[in-house]
Design a protein around this ligand. Structure first.
Ligand code: TXA
Ligand code: MG
Length: 311
C-alpha cells in the first residue's frame, strides 16, 4: 500500500494531525525539503521514522515547532539564540540549544543528547499541521538515509511511499536545501551545517561563527557524514563541459538541465536536488558546472561535494 498524496485542505490537515497523534508517519512539505514527520514525544513513532529512512540511530532529529513559545518549552534560549530566532524564524534556521527541563521531545529523537535542535518552519502547510497537532514534530528529510533529499511530493512518494501513512502535497519547496544548523550551546555560536540561510546573513546577527571541527577536531553534529545527498550516478564537479556518456548539469551555461539560466544562486539551490534526481538514471555520470562559493553557493557546493563522495 502506498501512501495517498493529499492536497492540504482542512480535511487533510486534520487527518495529518490525527495520524501524528496515532503515532503515524506523515510526508510533510516545508520551505526547505519535505520532512518525514512524527510526534516528537512518541518514541515508538520516532523509531518507525528512523526505520523508514534506514537511518543510524545516533543521528538526532530536528524538532519542528510553531514558534518561540513552543521552542522555549524544549530548549533553553540564550540571549544570542533569542536574537537568531527573532531574525530568522519562521524560516530555514535550526538552533541547537541545551535541553530545557520542561521538554517533551523523547530521548530517541535527540539520540540521547543533552541538547535539542529546534526550528520553526515557514511553510504554511507545516505551520498549520504543527498548530493542529499542538506539539513539536520530529521531521528528518523524507528520503532514505544518505540519498537525495525530496523537494516535491512525488519524490517522497517514489522513495518512501510504501512506508508512510499519508503525504501532504505543498508544491515544490522554495529553498530546496535543508536548514542551516547553528549550535548555540557554547560560548561562541558554531556552524554545524551549511544550508538555506547563507552564513553572512547569520553572522550579521550573531557575529563570527566558529567551526566546531576547528576547536575539537571531531564533528559535533552527527549529521556531518561525508557521503550524503547522493544520487546513484557518479558526479564530476567543476566541469566546464560533458565528456562522452555524461549528463551535464549547467549553471547559466545550458546543459541537459540548467540550475539557473540567469546564474541566480537562490534558484539554483531550489532546483539542485530535483535536477540531480532527474538526471540520475539518464546517465551513469553527471558532470556539474562550477558553482560560485559565495552566499548560498557555499551550501550548494557542500551538498555537491557530499553527493560526489563514493564511500
Ligand atoms: O531543512 C531541514 O532541516 C529539514 C526539514 C524537513 O526541516 N530537516 C532535516 O532533518 O534536514 P535531518 O534529520 O535530515 O537533519 C538534521 C540535522 C542533522 O545534521 C543532525 O545531526 C543535526 O540536524 N542535529 C539534530 N539534533 C542535533 C543536536 N542535538 N546536536 C547537533 N546536531 C543536531
Ligand atoms: Mg537529511
Amino acid at each position: 500500500m502506498t501512501a495517498p498524496i493529499l492536497s492540504p485542505d482542512a480535511d487533510a490537515i486534520a487527518r495529518a494531525a490525527e495520524t501524528l497523534r496515532a503515532g503515524g508517519l506523515v510526508g510533510l512539505p516545508t520551505e526547505t525539503v519535505y520532512g518525514l514527520a512524527v510526534d516528537a514525544a512518541n518514541g515508538d513513532a520516532v523509531a518507525r521514522a528512523y526505520e523508514a529512512k534506514g537511518r543510524p540511530r545516533f543521528n538526532p532529529l530536528i524538532a519542528h515547532v510553531a514558534g518561540r513559545d513552543m521552542a522555549a518549552r524544549e530548549g533553553a534560549f540564550s540571549h544570542l539564540a533569542d536574537r537568531l530566532a527573532e531574525a530568522f524564524w519562521p524560516g530555514p534556521l535550526t538552533l541547537v540549544l541545551p535541553l530545557a527541563s520542561t521538554h517533551s521531545v523523547c530521548d530517541l529523537a535527540r539520540a540521547g543528547l543533552g541538547t535539542i535542535a529546534l526550528r520553526a518552519p515557514a511553510h504554511a502547510v507545516a505551520r498549520t499541521v504543527i498548530d493542529a497537532f499542538g506539539g513539536p514534530i520530529a521531521a528528518p528529510s523524507a528520503n532514505p538515509s544518505g540519498r537525495l533529499s525530496p523537494t516535491a511530493a512525488a519524490h517522497v512518494a517514489a522513495d518512501l511511499g510504501d512506508k508512510l501513512d499519508i503525504i501532504l502535497d505543498g508544491g515544490r519547496c522554495a529553498a530546496g536545501l535543508e536548514s542551516t544548523v547553528v549550535d548555540c550551546t557554547g560560548d561562541r555560536p558554531a556552524l554545524l551545517r551549511l544550508g538555506a540561510v547563507a552564513i553572512d546573513e547569520i553572522e550579521a546577527v550573531s557575529g563570527a561563527l566558529a567551526d566546531p571541527e576547528e576547536d575539537t577536531g571531531a564533528p559535533r553534529s552527527p549529521g556531518r557524514l561525508l557521503r550524503h545527498y547522493a544520487p546513484a550516478a557518479a558526479l564530476r564537479l567543476n566541469a566546464e563541459a560533458a565528456e562522452p556518456g555524461e549528463a551535464f548539469l549547467g549553471f547559466g551555461n545550458a546543459g541537459d538541465l540548467d540550475l539557473s539560466p540567469g546564474r541566480d544562486l537562490r534558484e539554483a539551490a531550489a532546483n539542485l536536488f530535483a535536477m540531480l534526481r532527474e538526471l540520475d538514471g539518464t546517465a551513469d555520470r553527471i558532470a556539474v558546472a562550477p558553482i560560485p562559493t559565495e552566499g548560498l553557493g557555499a551550501a550548494i557546493n557542500d551538498r555537491l561535494i557530499r553527493a560526489a563522495e563514493r564511500s
